[in-house]
Design a protein around this ligand. Structure first.
Ligand SMILES: [Zn+2]
Length: 113
C-alpha cells in the first residue's frame, strides 16, 4: 500500500485570463494555494516516503512568487491550466497523483490522470 504525501504552498500571483467570455480580464491578484499530492511506495530508513521539504522546494522553484503569471506562459493562466502545468513539471520526479490549485478560498481546480 502506498502513502499519499501532500504539500501545500501559498503564492501571491497576479494574472488575467486572456479569453474570459471572449475578452481579456483586467490584471488582478490572488493568494493562491497549491497542493501537490504524490505517492510513496516505500519508506527510507528514517521512515520518510517523500521529503516534505524537498517537494515543497521543487514546487517553489517552478515559478517565482509575486509575479504576473501571464509573463511566464503562452496560455491563459487559469487555475485549471496551472494545475496541469505543475503536474507535468513534477511528474518526472515524483509519482504525482493530483495537483490542486486554489485561486481563492472557495475556488479550486484539481488535475490528475
Ligand atoms: Zn483571477
Amino acid at each position: 500500500m502506498p502513502w499519499r504525501i501532500r504539500v501545500r504552498k501559498k503564492f501571491y500571483w497576479a494574472h488575467y485570463l486572456t479569453n474570459y467570455y471572449g475578452k481579456p480580464e483586467p490584471i488582478h491578484g490572488h493568494t493562491w494555494q497549491v497542493e501537490v499530492c504524490v505517492l510513496a511506495r516505500e519508506l527510507d530508513e528514517g521512515g520518510i516516503g517523500v521529503d516534505f521539504l524537498k517537494l515543497k522546494e521543487d514546487l517553489e522553484n517552478l515559478l517565482p512568487d509575486h509575479t504576473l503569471l501571464n509573463e511566464h506562459f503562452n496560455f491563459s493562466p487559469s487555475a485549471e491550466n496551472l494545475a496541469k502545468w505543475i503536474y507535468e513539471k513534477l511528474k518526472g520526479k515524483y509519482e504525482v497523483e493530483r495537483v490542486s490549485v486554489w485561486e481563492t478560498e472557495d475556488f479550486c481546480a484539481d488535475y490528475f490522470e
